[in-house]
Design a protein around this ligand. Structure first.
Ligand code: 3HC
Length: 299
């Protein structure tokens, strides 16, 4: 296989729906698989919303919107991924669940096809080891919101064939993204730098350096970041960030990667950020988030 024609995406959540969308927009026939009709419908609605925004802004035509949706095939059946040339996993950030999925995909997806993970921080080599095709396995790490963010990290392991790395680079470019190459180390390039900063913002809050709003304003207005760190944490997901911090800490055993207690408590309390309606902010009215005052006093 020397060209990617048909793409599969497993998981239609925050990341998977975005990846399926940009693949469809770039002209790939794309199968997107979820485990329940409800999750599939939710992901599909996110794709329609995002395409609607592009249409409103005149960045795509209504014919392009229709063609994109026609290229996407939502499904619950893993067998529908069998003839894909590239299958990208974008499920929950959990090593065991991902390994189980890759072992299953390895059996279903045609031989020679490439398997990829969108993991933020788990070892690509370890995921590849759940299959019998480590040479045709790599990391393709997208950024949230996928339709807008220009970067894709291409993660090669010690076993990834150069041809597969090249196909990954070409694929990212065809999506209109800029790829960067990184080694298979927890956090790759971006999260290795970003996550300690986000964790430090939580520590600053815990230590009473400032209020939630002031910490966010500080980095928005003082450094021109589009979002303050606590808003960004809610956006990425508190649960996802905890999982990434745990991977980083497991790999490097350095204090700067250790998840602060408040982050863990928030996950225990179901405060996952924007996706669960509450994190550092309360999203009861999504267009007008309010500071989660409970947290301010608990911190
Ligand atoms: N699809 C299409 N268009 C979208 C969209 C989507 N999913 N989401 C937002 N937009 C559009 C909006 O319609 C709006 O258009 P307009 O300017 O014409 O009105 C525009 O994008 C800006 O959106 P908003 O006005 O709602 O908000 P912002 O100006 O704050 O922009 C943002 C939103 C682009 C998300 C910006 O806040 C941002 O860049 N934030 C930082 C994101 C970031 O750092 N992401 C990386 C996270 S780390 C990661 O993903 C790695 C993982 O492993 C953890």
């Amino acid at each position: 296989m020397t060209e990617i024609r048909k793409v599969g995406v497993v998981g239609c959540g925050l990341m998977g729906s975005g990846i399926a969308q940009v693949a469809g927009m770039a002209g790939y026939e794309t199968v997107v698989r979820e485990v329940s009709r409800e999750l599939l419908d939710r992901g599909w609605a996110a794709i329609e919303r995002s395409l609607g925004k592009f249409l409103e802004k005149g960045e795509i035509t209504s014919a392009q919107r229709t063609e994109t949706l026609a290229r996407l095939k939502p499904t619950l059946a893993p067998a529908d991924l069998a003839d894909c040339d590239l299958v990208i996993e974008a499920i929950v950030e959990n090593l065991e669940q991902k390994k189980e999925l890759f072992a299953e995909l390895d059996k279903i997806v045609k031989s020679g096809a490439i398997l990829a993970s969108n993991t933020s921080s788990l070892s690509i080599a370890e995921l590849a080891a759940a299959t019998r095709r480590a040479p045709r396995f790599l990391g393709l790490h997208f950024f949230n919101p996928v339709p807008l963010m220009k970067l894709v990290e291409i993660v090669k392991t010690v076993a990834t064939e150069p041809e597969v790395v090249q196909l990954g680079l070409d694929f990212a470019r065809r999506l209109g993204k800029t790829p960067i190459l990184t080694r298979d180390r927890a956090g790759f390039i971006v999260n290795r730098l970003l996550v300690p900063y986000l964790l430090d913002a939580v520590r600053a809050l815990e230590e009473g350096f400032g209020t939630i709003e002031d910490i966010d304003q500080g980095m928005k207005l003082g450094c021109n970041h589009p979002m303050g760190p606590l808003t960004l944490l809610d956006f990425v997901g508190i649960d996802t960030t905890l999982a990434i911090a745990e991977s980083l800490f497991n790999e490097y055993r350095e204090k700067r990667f250790a998840p602060p207690p408040l982050l863990r408590r928030m996950v225990m309390a179901g405060m996952f950020g924007r996706k669960s309606g509450k994190g550092f902010y309360d999203y009861s009215d999504p267009r007008n988030p309010k500071v989660n005052t409970l947290l301010q006093s608990a911190a």
